[in-house]
Design a binder for this molecule. Structure first.
Ligand SMILES: Cc1cc2nc3c(=O)[nH]c(=O)nc-3n(C[C@H](O)[C@H](O)[C@H](O)COP(=O)(O)OP(=O)(O)OC[C@H]3O[C@@H](n4cnc5c(N)ncnc54)[C@H](O)[C@@H]3O)c2cc1C
Length: 563
């Protein structure tokens, strides 16, 4: 009788168990072993902030199937016929012998597991910054369930009224929400000029504005110099380049790094992103070794460059492909569109594809359009606002990227755009998509289609527009355009761009003489629909100096003047 195929998987959280389970489904006879150095298997890491906030009450829910069965070694053995070795660390790969060296972390015993196919799903770990005091008590990282347990214990003990989050990435922001939910005063310290670098600065500033309204202190362009402790050795304050912040609990969330040590020591190729190089079959430079999940490099299909993109969604897809191929199949993983989503308090944030800045580094000329509006018609009871930005290649009109923020259903629009990005569609194709419509779901002309049409108008030279970030940069550089507010007097009084002049749209034709012809004019309203009309009226009167502020006041994250 032929020997059964031996498949060994290193890593037991997302990509690893997915690969093992897929391989089992395709090859009922294979010997499949998962090696995991931690004590817990196959838990929902993405759910940790919700467990810490208390929204998820029972930690078992993060480790159990939808019907409440715990995914422990007994489950893997009984239900999946997969041997799961927890508290077992893979220490070396002997490629010639096709053996994985492992150490039992309880007994210290070292052994070898023979393999025909090996799958590396070793994930990524939080970066430990070289900050003095980072080893103080109550300075935590968030990666595993045990980390979340420590947060829960401190919160349950009613300790740590002031929390500082170092790093304004998605995990930092989700944890900010969790901490505020648990009644803590939160300060975010971010070294870069804005939080969430996955979106553009002005889009991120909109989110920051909302978070500040909800009581969060955000210190951007601020470097942490050191952490200082109390007499018990617990953190007491964060000393930054902008002053001291009292804090009894600190989360370090400045990013993560792929775990490539095993692969590196075995001589496997590491890609330019720092993650393990794989081909579209998830094979490393050794055809009998696959890599999947956070430890593996991704092909970014829009930018056409390799990248490190540590996401659970991708880890599961890659794990499936690696599992299939380890079981003798020939499946391909097409790559990623760099799609990401986060919920931050009552706002949704999403992005996919490239940003304008990234396109620039690749030498791609772009045009972008930013639009603001509701996710449903204004008359429908729970219509919520959002701001979308679409980015296209100026040469061939191909959609390159999308970003969205707001209370509205941003992620639905991002997901549609992901399909367009994957298919290589132009903005004209996107504008023509026959999207589902009824008032509870969208506007008759969905904001995504409106954004695509705005982008078409810009590409066709029908309108000159600029976004909030671009106008702010010009104002900061000392330019003084005539700011034309075409809203109603009430809207103007409630909040306007500093120094702007009110000429309501309905009165514009009769009062056009108030608008100068010899100076740049920027027209704006609430979202930019009325401003666009105003620009057309002025163009009809021979004005060639009028630009429209994209997204209007809704997409303006900076100061407003009122009264
Ligand atoms: C708080 C938080 C929130 C998140 N939210 C989201 C989200 O909303 N959306 C999203 O897409 N992603 C999210 N992620 C990311 C997501 O959890 C990861 O992308 C995903 O877990 C990656 O899975 P993985 O299996 O590749 O690696 P990991 O989850 O890192 O698992 C790797 C495992 O390998 C083990 N291991 C490593 N080396 C060895 C060794 N030598 N021997 C034995 N075992 C080893 C490790 O102990 C670890 O358990 C979040 C992550 C965190 C921490």
């Amino acid at each position: 009788m032929a020997e059964h195929r031996k498949i060994v998987v290193v890593g037991g959280v997302a990509a690893g168990p997915k690969a093992a389970a897929r391989a089992r489904r395709l090859d009922p006879h294979a010997d499949i072993t998962i090696v995991e150095k931690d004590s817990i298997l196959s838990y929902a890491g993405c759910g940790l902030p919700y467990y810490i906030s208390g929204m998820v009450e029972d930690r078992r829910d993060l480790m159990a199937t939808g019907i409440g069965v715990l995914r422990d070694p007994a489950f893997f053995a009984k239900v999946k016929n997969i041997k799961a070795l927890t508290l077992t660390e893979a220490t070396a790969i002997h490629r010639q012998e096709h053996e994985l060296e492992v150490r039992d972390l309880k007994s210290g015993e070292v052994g070898r597991l023979p393999y025909d196919k090996l799958i590396l799903a070793t994930g990524a770990d939080p970066i430990s910054p070289p900050i003095p005091g980072a080893d103080l008590g109550r300075v935590l990282r968030l990666k595993q369930l045990e980390d979340a347990d420590v947060f829960r214990e401190l919160l349950a003990a009613n300790a740590c009224p002031q929390v500082t989050i170092i790093g304004g990435g998605p995990i930092g922001l989700e944890m900010t929400e969790a901490m505020v939910h648990r009644g803590r005063a939160v300060t975010i310290v971010e070294m870069l000029p804005h939080v969430l670098t996955m979106i553009d600065a002005d889009m991120a500033h909109l989110l920051e504005k909302r978070m500040r309204e909800l009581g969060v202190r955000i210190m951007t362009s601020t470097r942490v110099e050191r952490l200082e402790g109390d007499e018990e050795g617990n953190v007491a304050k964060v000393v930054t380049s902008a002053g001291e912040v009292p804090a009894q609990l600190v989360l370090l969330s400045i990013g993560i790094r792929p775990n490539v040590g095993l692969a590196l020591d075995a001589g496997l190729l590491i890609g330019p992103s720092g993650a393990i190089h794989v081909n579209e079959y998830m094979q490393t430079s050794d055809p009998d070794i696959f890599a999947a999940g956070d430890c593996a490099e991704k092909a970014c299909v829009v930018a056409g460059v390799p990248c490190f993109l540590p996401l659970g969604s991708v880890a599961n897809k890659e794990g499936r492909v690696a599992g299939s191929n380890a079981a003798g199949y020939n499946e391909r993983f097409a790559g990623v569109t760099s799609t990401a989503a986060a919920k931050v308090f009552d706002w949704n944030v999403g992005r996919a594809g490239m940003s304008t800045a990234q396109a620039k580094t690749l030498g791609i000329p772009t045009v972008s359009a930013t639009v603001a509006g509701g996710d449903k018609p204004h008359y429908y009871p729970d219509s919520k606002g959002m701001v979308l930005r679409l980015i296209a290649d100026a040469r061939d009109r191909r959609l390159l990227g999308i970003q969205g923020v707001g209370m509205g259903e941003v992620i639905k629009r991002v997901d549609v755009a992901v399909t367009a990005l994957t298919a290589g569609m132009t903005v004209d194709d996107v504008a023509d998509l026959d999207l589902a419509y009824a008032p509870p779901y969208s506007e008759a002309m969905d904001l995504l289609a409106h954004g695509a049409n705005t982008l078409r108008n810009k590409l066709d030279g029908l309108v000159r527009m600029l976004n909030a970030g671009e106008l702010k940069a010009r104002l900061s550089a000392g330019e003084a355009p005539f700011l034309l507010d075409v809203r109603t007097p009430d809207e103007y009084a409630a909040g306007r761009l500093a120094g702007s002049v009110l000429v309501p749209l309905g009165a514009l034709a009769g009062r056009a003489a108030e608008v100068p012809r010899d100076r740049p004019v920027v027209a704006y309203c609430k979202t930019s629909l009325r401003a666009y009309e105003a620009a057309r009226i002025l163009a009809g009167l021979g004005y060639d100096n009028v630009e429209v502020l994209e997204g209007g006041v809704m997409a303006w994250p900076y100061e407003l003047e009122s009264g």
